[in-house]
Design a protein around this ligand. Structure first.
Ligand SMILES: [Zn+2]
Length: 339
């Protein structure tokens, strides 16, 4: 039995993108069958982002064998238990944080911090870059009619972006910067701009600054930001020693730093004396709820289309993981199955 309640069928196989020991490859593995209390989703689209590369590099719970990568996927429910809130045929986005629904945290409204949580594509749970995935119904967020699956598959990262902005407390008056070069950085800046159009993206790569320009958001090269320490809030989406160091340098005394990046390179070395002397507050930000992100995508408040760097079939998707952190690679849209 897998941690997400699935039982693997031995009689049929599926294609899945598997990572093990720093390598990634497409493999034919046993297809999951629906366990008690879970639904079986036929995946239509998944995303490969820099987060998938971090998983390949070792991010996540220690694992004996290969794990299926993919923190973001959408698909169609093909099997569901009788009376389940998620019906057969429903189009859904899968929330990567699988929770037990029974522990004290789950019962206290903190399901994303479930004591027994497993994160799809990061921990032992099977990821979304596969033809099938079995998850609890509570992990499925319905996709409204009119929203393409190719856009809905961005909901997980948009929810992370929304959570980072919420944790930072951006409002009309906040002097805020988002620091990073990845998909999460651009999405976070787009969400921050809804609260305060003066929020800016600070990046190191020309390709990122170009995308910011395309979206009409303020942007600046990190090398040009100087060492003034004048930002009230800096949201870091990389999670490396260098990026967190840069964030603490950009923020003013008594300012706030949100660490939203998930990196395999942790633990990081940061000058904590600066945090002490400048009385900087540091907040962590993880995965947020999908419903708000899906609603934003449905009303076209955020259009992720310019962030699709490549479209690939599942068979060719391994190369997308290897190059996911290269300049200008924001997201590879993996077309897994027919819509
Ligand atoms: Zn729980």
């Amino acid at each position: 039995m897998e941690p997400n309640g699935e039982v693997r069928a031995m009689n049929s196989t599926m294609q899945a993108l598997c990572a093990a020991r720093g390598a990634v490859a497409l493999e034919a593995i046993a297809r999951p069958v629906r366990g008690a209390g879970s639904v079986l989703v036929r995946v239509t689209h998944a995303l490969v982002t820099p987060l998938e590369r971090e998983v390949m590099r070792g991010l996540g719970a220690p694992s004996e064998g290969a794990r299926i990568v993919g923190t973001s996927c959408v698909g169609v429910v093909e099997e569901a238990p009788a009376g389940c809130a998620v019906a057969r045929g429903a189009r859904v986005a899968v929330h990567p944080v699988l929770s037990c629904g029974a522990c004290e945290r789950c019962r206290g409204g903190l399901a994303l911090h479930c004591a027994a949580r497993a994160i799809v594509g990061i921990d032992a749970a099977s990821g979304g870059c596969a033809e099938w995935i079995a998850v609890p119904p509570s992990a499925c967020a319905p996709i409204p009619a009119g929203l393409d699956e190719a856009a809905a598959v961005f909901a997980v990262h948009l929810a992370r972006a929304t959570e980072a902005v919420r944790r930072g407390g951006v409002d009309r008056k906040t002097f805020a910067s988002v620091l990073g070069d990845d998909l999460l950085a651009v999405l976070t800046c787009l969400v921050a701009c809804e609260e305060n159009p003066l929020a800016r993206l600070v990046a190191t790569r020309e390709e990122t600054l170009k995308v910011a320009e395309q979206f009409g958001i303020r942007h600046r090269a990190l090398a040009e930001t100087g060492r003034r320490g004048d930002q009230e809030l800096v949201i870091d989406t990389t999670g490396s020693a260098e990026s967190i160091e840069a964030a603490t340098r950009m923020v003013r005394p008594r300012g706030h730093v949100v660490v939203a990046g998930l990196s395999a390179r942790a633990p990081v070395a940061v000058d904590l004396s600066r945090l002490a002397l400048d009385e900087i507050e540091v907040h962590g930000s993880g995965f947020g709820p999908l419903a708000g992100a899906i609603e934003r995508l449905a009303r076209r408040a955020v259009d992720p289309a310019p962030l699709v760097t490549r479209r690939l079939g599942l068979a060719e998707s391994a190369k997308a993981v290897l190059s996911a952190a290269d300049a200008g690679q924001f997201a590879t849209l993996v077309q897994v199955g027919r819509p």
